[in-house]
Design a binder for this molecule. Structure first.
Ligand SMILES: Cc1ncc(COP(=O)(O)O)c(C=O)c1O
Length: 427
């Protein structure tokens, strides 16, 4: 599914999401504009929650996209939240996110991060040996902080190298293969201020081939047998991470959230039965597959440059400042003319951004209908890791963000002003 679930072409022949005509939204709010469809967010959350049932917990991964109104919807749907910094935690707390459903991850947490996580009552997912010492100083005598350990199961999923995390050569987690995981468990169990409630893993992102999760689960469960036999330790929770891929182009056909959860649950249940282990609660933490399909980015066409026999550049009013993914890991997108998505293609064009970098290209070589300056272009599947990684490069204010539902568009984040660019500067 490339578009949000409420997407349709309306009577005017325009693209519509959440009952709102995208050309009207662009006119009313300006561009670049990020449009989130509330129904898509809720449906994705519900699909995860229904598939999980009472077998465990679904946490939304705030790094994909976090804003107070968005997080409130996620909380209403009953999900927990995974955060990776005191900043993301701050957004969650200010949004009123229930604190009993927070997990705090990160491969190099600062003292401030760990202190904030402990004070918020979050489950801290320890990622390196130095965190044991920090926690000993932060957690008062006689108290125990609930923690998990992030393990690296040594599985390399079928995804871009830059978003694979579970292999041996990774900055994340205690490696099972090297023996670090086993040592970390021993250290956590002996620690006076920690309650080791579980073990966690996350093998990567934008994954379509779910077999990698089954492999990772088998490796984790083999470790559990060792921990049970040698240390008498059985985790209450086992984390399989997030990482389910989404469709960025009409050729992409990713598994559904239900399929993702059912595959991992199947591997967990069967793997525990085969090894005589008690089945722990499963934790998954999807980000992209909840926020990604819900978001559509709108841009306005500005300059059009023809280099005969070479290429036609169609420049839009955003680019790498609001969506770095094409440059960061070669992400491929599709674009549509908001006032006529079904119009026949006229030419192959390259959609360029407005940032002063030759590499600021959103989409290379895409068939588009005839385009003119002032046309609005819609890029679907833009809800995750776009705004979350947005910058003010070139002194460009970050875009406005709206949430649409039943013909109504609520501003979630206003467009930044030029003065916002100076908000932290001292004169
Ligand atoms: C530890 C962890 N959990 C969950 C996620 C969310 O992954 P995704 O957005 O691909 O579902 C990430 C993303 O990189 C992550 O690092």
């Amino acid at each position: 599914m490339l578009f949000p679930v409420t997407y349709r072409v309306n009577a005017a022949g325009h693209m519509e999401v959440g009952g709102c005509d995208l050309t009207d939204l662009a006119r009313a709010h300006g561009t670049p504009l990020y449009v989130y469809d509330e129904e898509t967010v809720r449906q994705k959350c519900r699909e995860y929650m229904a598939a999980m049932g009472s077998a465990g917990h679904v946490l939304y991964s705030a790094k994909a996209f976090a804003s107070p109104q968005f997080l409130r919807i996620v909380a209403e749907e009953g999900l927990g939240l995974d955060v990776v910094s005191a900043g993301e935690l701050h957004i969650a707390l200010k949004s009123g996110f229930p604190t009993d459903r927070l997990h705090f991850l990160g491969n190099n947490k600062s003292w401030e991060d760990i202190d904030a996580a402990y004070r918020a009552g979050a489950t801290i997912v320890i990622d390196g040996f130095q965190e044991f010492g920090v926690l000993e100083r932060i957690v008062p005598d006689g108290k125990r902080a609930p923690v998990m350990l992030r393990l690296s199961p040594g599985v390399k999923p079928d995804t871009h190298d830059h978003i694979a995390t579970g292999q041996l050569d990774s900055k994340f987690g205690f490696s099972i293969e090297s023996g670090a995981a086993r040592r970390a468990v021993e250290q956590a169990l002996a620690h006076p201020n920690l309650e080791l409630i579980g073990l966690h893993s996350h093998i990567g992102s934008q994954i379509f081939a779910l077999g990698a999760y089954e492999k990772a689960m088998a490796i984790m469960l083999d470790l559990l047998v060792q921990l049970h036999d040698e240390l008498r330790y059985e985790p209450r929770m086992l984390g399989a991470g997030g990482g389910l891929g989404i469709a960025y182009t009409s050729q992409d056909d990713p598994p559904t959230p239900r399929h993702f959860v059912e595959t991992i649950r199947g591997a967990l249940d069967a793997g525990c039965a085969a090894r005589g282990l008690k089945v722990p609660q499963l934790v998954v933490e999807p980000g992209r597959s909840i926020a990604g399909p819900a978001g559509v980015a709108l841009y306005t066409v500005g300059s059009i440059k023809d280099i005969p026999g070479v290429r036609r550049y169609v420049a839009v009013d955003g680019g790498m400042g609001d969506n770095i993914r094409p440059k960061l890991y070669g992400a491929r997108y599709e674009a549509f003319l908001a006032s006529g998505p079904d119009r026949p293609s006229e030419a192959k064009v390259t959609i360029a951004g407005k940032y002063c970098e030759s590499t600021d290209i959103l989409i290379t070589d895409i068939e588009m209908p005839a385009l003119e300056t002032g046309d609005v272009i819609a890029v679907p599947a833009a809800g995750a890791y776009c705004l979350a990684m947005a910058s003010n490069y070139n002194g460009m204010p970050r875009p406005e963000v709206v949430m649409v539902r039943d013909g109504d568009a609520r501003v979630m984040r206003r467009r930044e002003t030029l003065d916002d660019l100076l908000a932290a500067e001292l004169f």
